[in-house]
Design a protein around this ligand. Structure first.
Ligand code: ZN
Ligand code: ZN
Length: 421
């Protein structure tokens, strides 16, 4: 609960608290701009993580859908103000690897379902989501890419991530091994063309025939080439990086482990300053000790958190489909029956952020970068993942337990997020 959130006496007449027409009932004393004209407001909190700097106390001046200014201390402004005592404001979270949520999968290529999944994650603090597609027949992938590209155009999604079909069968995880294939140039071009520039990342196994050429094609289209679901050794991974790969997809998962005589892809990705590495911090995919090692080796600028969330996220245990494979979710763990392979996570990015902050005893000021500024940098975006003048007014308000108190998206409060604990 946001018991410390109180309105100063300077609220404008247009910000009456309570029920918003067509919207939810908000707790007394909280304003909503959802469904009405965006307004100008100054939010004051104990701490503001921009996240380049820590402002304590700090403030964020929101005007329309943008951040107009930030500062420390008391804002010298006559504008409406909300004081968030005991709270921290950080940029809205940016998830570059997410398969769905709320029962919907992006791979289905259903626009309504995709919008619903993005909405579920938005209510949990992820204001920018890239839709990840798992391995499927090429025709299906092309259809899904075309459908989702329109949602990227509309600003509902921040991009599309192709995870497959150019992956290693020996590290396929929850990807249907029967559908995996080497990256033929014409097929790579076909899917990239279907995306019309909305495909932001492609994960592939560089050791497959045509792998290095595919990396050059992907980066040539302005997308990020990522190494993942791979059996590549250290040298092959270095060759992939030299060809233009700049991201390690869910480091440690879906690749050979680190060994002192066979350092493998993880060592190559961690040591190269050109690369950033994704980490799944759901408490199941990577041991806390290895999270700490990866964070130390990569340094604050080069590791990012992803959810790798599947449809089961915020939808409960049960049977789900990940592409063509059935997965069973029990106690929040998604596994492929038979192989027992983990099949994505069921955490939101906010949960991953909270877990990694606690599990590694790392200050939120550092881990927040890994869920905001660093993933935004992967996307080449400077208007999200940070709170600076001119940026989109996407922000997350956390209480002292790191629970979500409120989410703002493009200058409007997200009603479902109010009072979330
Ligand atoms: Zn994966
Ligand atoms: Zn994935």
């Amino acid at each position: 609960m946001v018991t410390g959130m109180t309105g100063d006496a300077t609220g404008s007449p247009g910000e009456a608290p309570g029920t918003v027409a067509g919207g939810p009932t908000l707790p007394e004393g909280r304003e909503s701009t959802e469904g009405v004209e965006r307004t100008e407001i100054v939010l004051v909190a104990d701490t503001v993580l921009t996240p380049d700097t820590v402002l304590a106390p700090g403030w964020v001046h929101v005007a329309g859908d943008r951040v107009r200014a930030t500062g420390t201390g008391t804002p010298a402004s006559h504008l409406p103000r909300r004081t968030l005592t005991g709270h921290t404001i950080l940029p809205g979270l940016v998830d570059v690897h997410c398969h769905g949520g709320g029962g919907s999968s992006y791979t289905d290529g259903d626009s309504d379902g995709a919008a619903a999944a993005a909405g579920v994650h938005r209510a949990h603090g992820t204001t920018s989501t890239v839709a990840s597609l798992v391995t499927a027949p090429l025709d299906e992938l092309e259809r899904a890419v075309r459908a989702l590209a329109e949602l990227v155009d509309d600003g509902l999604l921040a991009g599309i991530h192709l995870e497959g079909p150019w992956l290693s069968a020996s590290h396929c995880g929850a990807h249907d091994p029967a559908l995996l294939r080497p990256p033929r140039a014409d097929e790579v071009e076909r899917l990239l063309a279907a995306g019309r520039g909305t495909i932001t990342m492609v994960t592939l196994a560089p050791e497959l025939a045509g792998g290095l050429d595919a990396i050059r094609r992907v980066t040539g289209h302005g997308a990020v080439a990522a190494v993942g679901h791979t059996d590549a050794d250290y040298d092959t991974t270095r060759a992939a990086i030299d060809a233009g790969a700049t991201v390690g997809t869910h480091l440690f998962n879906g690749m050979p482990g680190m060994h002192h005589r066979e350092p493998g892809p993880a060592a190559a990705l961690l040591e190269d300053e050109r690369c950033r590495v994704e980490l799944i911090a759901d408490g199941h995919h990577v041991h806390g000790a290895m999270l700490r090692q990866a964070m130390r080796l990569a340094g604050q600028e080069r590791y990012l958190l992803i959810s790798d969330a599947i449809a089961a996220t915020a939808a409960g245990d049960g049977r789900y489909r990940v592409g063509g494979l059935e997965v069973i979710v029990r106690d929040g763990q998604a596994r492929v029956p038979g192989t027992g392979s983990l099949a994505g996570s069921t955490v939101t990015l906010h949960e991953a952020l909270r877990r990694v902050t606690r599990a590694t005893a790392t200050p939120l000021a550092e881990t927040a970068s890994a869920a905001t500024r660093t993933p935004a940098a992967v996307l080449g975006r400077t208007d999200i993942g940070t709170l600076a003048p001119g940026c989109l007014a996407d922000l997350l308000v956390l209480d002292s337990s790191l629970d979500i108190a409120a989410v703002m998206h493009r200058g409007r409060w997200v009603p479902a997020a109010w009072g979330r604990t």
